[in-house]
Design a protein around this ligand. Structure first.
Ligand code: PEP
Length: 251
C-alpha cells in the first residue's frame, strides 16, 4: 500500500515574510493529517526560516534543485550536505523548468539523482512530455527515455528513495490539467517500466505523483486513479487554503 504524497513546489515565489506565513498556515491547517505525506519546497534562501516554522510539524521540506558535487569552486550551486544542514528531506530534480528553461540534460539529472540519494536526500524526479511531443504521439517514448536515463545506474536499494513525478509540460502552470485517464495511462506505463528495470516489488512500492495544474477541484478525480499516488503542486501550493484542501481531500 503506497502512502499518498503531496508536495508543493513554490518555485521562485514568496519572500521571507510570506514564505514563513505560508508554512505556518499549513502547519495549523494540517496538524491532524497523518495518512498523507506532505512536503513543501521553498526557494533556497528561505529554507532555514521555513524549517523553523515547520519544526515539530508533520510537514517535511524539500529543495528545488541540488548540485552533484560535494563542495568546492561551483559558484552559485548548493550541495546535498548544505540542504541536509537546512533540514531538507526531499529535493526536486529534473523539473521541466530546469530541463527546458535552464537547459538541464538527462545526464546531468542522473548525476544529481545519484548524488542526492548518496547524500541522504529523497529525490522527487520529474519527467514529462512537451505539447508537440504529445501531439506527435511521442508521449510514452519521451517519458520512457527520461525515466531510463534519469535512473540509469541506480541499484535496487537506492531507487527506494525516489518518488517519480509525471508532469506533462503542457499542463504545468497553464490551467490545462491532464485528464485522469491521460495521467493514469502514463503512470501505468512508468510502473511497468520500473518492473522491467528493477522488479515488481520496487514497481509496486515507488510512488508516482502527477503534476500539472492540480488544484482542489481536480484532486479527487486524479487521486482516484490506481497509479496516481500523489501530486506535485505548483500554483495551488502558494495558497494555504488550496493546498490544505488538497491534502485534506486526499486524507
Ligand atoms: C510544477 O511546477 O511542478 C507544477 C505542477 O506547477 P502547477 O501546479 O502550477 O501546474
Amino acid at each position: 500500500m503506497r502512502k499518498p504524497f503531496i508536495a508543493g513546489n513554490w518555485k521562485m515565489n514568496t519572500n521571507s515574510a510570506t514564505a514563513v506565513a505560508l508554512a505556518a498556515g499549513l502547519v495549523k491547517e494540517l496538524e491532524s493529517v497523518e495518512t498523507v505525506d506532505v512536503a513543501v519546497c521553498p526557494p533556497f534562501v528561505y529554507l532555514q526560516s521555513v524549517a523553523a516554522a515547520l519544526s515539530a510539524s508533520n510537514i517535511a521540506m524539500g529543495a528545488q534543485d541540488v548540485y552533484f558535487e560535494g563542495n568546492g569552486a561551483f559558484t552559485g550551486e548548493i550541495s546535498c550536505e548544505m540542504l541536509k544542514d537546512c533540514s531538507c528531506s526531499y529535493v526536486i530534480l529534473g523539473h521541466s523548468e530546469r530541463r527546458h528553461v535552464i537547459g538541464e540534460t538527462d545526464e546531468l539529472i542522473n548525476k544529481k539523482l545519484k548524488a542526492a540519494i548518496a547524500g541522504g536526500l529523497m529525490p522527487i524526479f520529474c519527467v514529462g512530455e512537451l505539447l508537440e511531443e504529445r501531439d506527435g504521439g511521442k508521449t510514452m517514448e519521451v517519458v520512457e527515455s527520461q525515466v531510463r536515463k534519469g535512473l540509469e545506474g541506480l541499484c535496487e536499494e537506492r531507487i527506494q528513495a525516489v518518488t517519480i513525478a509525471y508532469e506533462p509540460v503542457w499542463a504545468i502552470g497553464t490551467g490545462r490539467t491532464a485528464t485522469p485517464e491521460q495521467a493514469q495511462e502514463v503512470h501505468a506505463m512508468i510502473r511497468g517500466l520500473l518492473e522491467k528495470m528493477f522488479d515488481k516489488t520496487i514497481a509496486e512500492s515507488l510512488r508516482i505523483q502527477y503534476g500539472g495544474s492540480a488544484k482542489p477541484g481536480n484532486t479527487a478525480e486524479l487521486m482516484a486513479q490506481p497509479d496516481v499516488d500523489g501530486l506535485l503542486v505548483g500554483g495551488a501550493s502558494l495558497k494555504v487554503d488550496d493546498f490544505a484542501q488538497m491534502v485534506k481531500t486526499v486524507a
